[in-house]
Ligand binder design. Sequence first.
Ligand SMILES: Nc1ncnc2c1ncn2[C@@H]1O[C@H](COP(=O)(O)OP(=O)(O)O)[C@@H](O)[C@H]1O
Ligand SMILES: [Mg+2]
Length: 194
Amino acid sequence: MIQSMVKVGAFPHLKEMKDFDFSFQTSVNQQQILDFLTLRFIEKNENIVFLGPSGVGKTHLATSIGITAAKKRTSTYFIKCHDLIQNLKRARLENRLEARLKHYTKYKLLIMDEIGCLPIDAEDAKLFFQLIDMRYEKRSTILTTNVNFKSWDEIFQEPKLANAILDRILHHATVVTIVGESYRLKNHLAKENE
Ligand SMILES: Nc1ncnc2c1ncn2[C@@H]1O[C@H](COP(=O)(O)OP(=O)(O)O)[C@@H](O)[C@H]1O
Ligand SMILES: [Mg+2]
């Protein structure tokens, strides 16, 4: 049962919090992250946003929380923002957008990874807004992004829509801002400094 809940979550890997080196990533507050594992934020329908540059552990942390939730039988699903939007677009073309939106709304925890990596046109932003609006104050969402909130206008290209999306996401959210070097590059950077 536990394994199947984790499988349904579609996580990109099975890295957990114990695999995260907090001594390398000193800009995150370990206690705050461990508090998320109590899943109280899900009971309160609150969101978490991991904001920071590439390679600092945003997806790792989001996935760790998702796996914990799935193991506790909380319906959880991980999806890249780009794939989510493609799926909504396809559903609209096939006249089943409403059902698709409902499907994504039913997860108690939805992880939307990499918002802002690819630009989103105004039509697609409307689909994204609809989902955010349906989940607002009813469900928890974890988002990861490498784009500062003030630049979300550029992601969504339509400032009013960007504002409406951000407004709903941030109203009940904890923002975890991560800084520092990419963990992916750490060995290479260490060699250069030798
Ligand atoms: N502090 C850390 N401790 C252990 N592994 C880490 C840490 N930060 C990042 N990683 C690993 O480095 C890689 C990049 O992290 P990832 O979470 O994908 O970064 P981001 O989503 O911020 O681009 C992943 O393999 C991840 O598991
Ligand atoms: Mg990532």
